[in-house]
Design a protein around this ligand. Sequence first.
Ligand SMILES: CCCCCCCC/C=C\CCC/C=C/C(=O)SCCNC(=O)CCNC(=O)[C@H](O)C(C)(C)COP(=O)(O)OP(=O)(O)OC[C@H]1O[C@@H](n2cnc3c(N)ncnc32)[C@H](O)[C@@H]1OP(=O)(O)O
Ligand SMILES: Cc1cc2nc3c(=O)[nH]c(=O)nc-3n(C[C@H](O)[C@H](O)[C@H](O)COP(=O)(O)OP(=O)(O)OC[C@H]3O[C@@H](n4cnc5c(N)ncnc54)[C@H](O)[C@@H]3O)c2cc1C
Length: 664
Amino acid sequence: MEGVDHLASERSRAQFDVEEMKVVWAGSRHALEVSDRISRLVASDPAFRKDNRTSLSRKELFKNTLRKTAHAWKRITELRLSEEEASRLRFYVDEPAFTDLHWGMFIPAIKGQGTEEQLQKWLPLAYKMQIIGCYAQTELGHGSNVQGLETTATFDPQTDEFIIHSPTLTSSKWWPGGLGKVSTHAVIYARLIIDGKDYGVNGFIVQLRSMDDHLPLPGITVGDIGMKFGSGAYNTMDNGVLRFDHVRIPRDQMLMRVSQVTREGKFVQSNVPRQLVYGTMVYVRQTIVADASCALSRAVCIATRYSAVRRQFGSQNGGVETQVIDYKTQQSRLFPLLASAYAFRFVGEWLKWLYTDVTQRLQANDFSTLPEAHACTAGLKSLTTSATADGIEECRKLCGGHGYLCSSGLPELFAVYVPACTYEGDNIVLLLQVARFLMKTVSQLGSGKKPVGTTAYMGRVDQLMQCHCAVQRAEDWLKPSVILEAFEARSARMSVACAQNLTNFANPEEGFLELSADLTEAAVAHCQLIVVSKFIEKLKQDIPGKGVKEQLEILCNIYALFLLHKHLGDFLKTGCISPKQASLANDQLRSLYSQARPNAIALVDAFDYTDHFLGSVLGRYDGNVYPKLYEEAWKDPLNDSVVPDGYQEYIRPMLKQQLRNARL
Ligand SMILES: CCCCCCCC/C=C\CCC/C=C/C(=O)SCCNC(=O)CCNC(=O)[C@H](O)C(C)(C)COP(=O)(O)OP(=O)(O)OC[C@H]1O[C@@H](n2cnc3c(N)ncnc32)[C@H](O)[C@@H]1OP(=O)(O)O
Ligand SMILES: Cc1cc2nc3c(=O)[nH]c(=O)nc-3n(C[C@H](O)[C@H](O)[C@H](O)COP(=O)(O)OP(=O)(O)OC[C@H]3O[C@@H](n4cnc5c(N)ncnc54)[C@H](O)[C@@H]3O)c2cc1C
């Protein structure tokens, strides 16, 4: 029935103030106001319609994206939206586009690695979109191994230029989003060669296309790399291929904050660490963690609403059947994902703070927290994107058969999201970076250098190697100190075990390769500890609103105990908890699911997603699923005609043949 809220009774069961929870989710009252206003603006604009994406051809899809991005830019300028509002608008338009890379990587790369003069020259053009840029680092032959990039930038002292060249097929730039068909400029990464000497990989601004007719400039070959996973999905993006044939750029187009090349061709290293060349990746990894909570919460919102609408079995005396959300198995799959969405939100907030802090320190030439910022952004990007990709797929299964329909919104969400496990650093490669950081931390424990920040707990390693979990009753698992100690002990013991195993190898690098699977598990344990501890820290804040803090406490405990249950092997093997304590944790978890149940719909309402953004018949706010699913099916282009195209050509002759055979 149109206009009826089928989930009203669910909403009336909520034991907390949903409006206040919306503020917590958004981060502040101001952020909620902006987000709410902009999401409605997008939802009410027919130009941002997105329900036809899966039936468009690649060319139509791409042109449609160009139209939407142009319209979005028009609205941003007409309404004089602030940077915050404009970024929310792009978010709610919900279509991967070249603008993500222009605003998300090209501009940050110039900001982070350019000199003051370079910022003055390039940023105004980029901010007004008078140039459009992308981030061209990865090549056909190398992505993870940035030091293995082959593109060269050779300094020519005669002309005061760099000659950018792709010496091999594998040196072709491959993957950069926005490169294939749109970008006029790119920040490219190439080996700096002066007088035959290789100074490693640096960033350069290169113009790719003519500002008059958009044709590639001389010496440049550029195009799209082809269709990607899923229909619609990430195919709105023109991931590209790019080759240079001795393309000349002025010397001042090398990004020179980290190192400089003088007019005489002298290489000068600033007093900033070389790793700052990788700075844009640190920035983007941090935004990807925040984005993980958005993608996961979206899938969870769909699966939770649908689980409350869907009924199967359990009818007594002809009464209504059981809502599938009331099955404990459904709860044990769904509620940890709901809790994870909140956990990732808060760790994302914290990571943003850490990033801002490290940026301010870098400006004051304090580089001391850079290794930790790198380890945290790399590790949390890996942890949250892997969990989110798996979580979206689990939500699809939680919706049964209907979850497999594009109209559920889940297949496209999954297809758009999964590459997050690969881009901005393959998730395993990033965990190995965390593992290196942990092994370094452990190796320095006796040296008097006290671990700080997220590894501060390692400073109590002696105690953590000995401690015994104090849990005697299931309720003991609700104490934050008990949870923290278990996670700290598990992480410390796994790292120490790896460090000890490494000493069995004469060559530490060989040992690192041999033990790399164990090392990634230690890294995961450390990253999960960070997420759990940041959730617990969040709960120490003053959180207004009836019942809001209580609900968050329930979710925090679900998140921690679910992880404990999932990684029981780690906790038992390291002797952090006993089998009896593991079973008490499981009892507590079941009880927490029951406490979360009446609040589940309100907890997903707190994400404040419009139906337009969710793009899901199953996740509709009003729960009016069946008539809309039915309606949606008839909109499929296959249903444009009753008898399909191809009947005369293929079906009819086959049927006739069968008829003839039968008569024989
Ligand atoms: C609508 C919502 C929008 C949300 C957000 C939108 C933004 C757009 C988002 C998505 C669109 C997709 C865009 C995708 C873009 C890309 O994929 S760009 C390409 C990204 N590529 C990678 O991530 C490559 C991964 N590889 C690396 O990062 C590195 O090469 C490496 C794996 C770290 C290894 O590097 P290397 O071999 O050079 O280094 P090591 O020898 O291991 O380490 C040397 C020391 O340096 C330290 N280090 C390494 N990296 C960093 C860093 N980034 N910062 C600081 N320090 C770093 C490392 O720890 C070593 O330190 P040590 O010597 O003290 O041990
Ligand atoms: C949708 C999408 C958008 C992208 N956008 C951009 C962009 O805008 N700009 C850009 O420059 N790039 C972009 N990329 C490229 C992306 O950053 C790389 O694909 C990514 O960094 C992974 O590198 P790779 O492809 O070389 O993987 P590989 O490193 O070749 O990975 C292959 C396998 O090898 C494993 N492996 C690799 N090294 C190790 C190791 N040391 N130890 C153990 N296992 C290892 C990995 O775990 C993986 O299983 C994009 C990629 C995708 C999919």
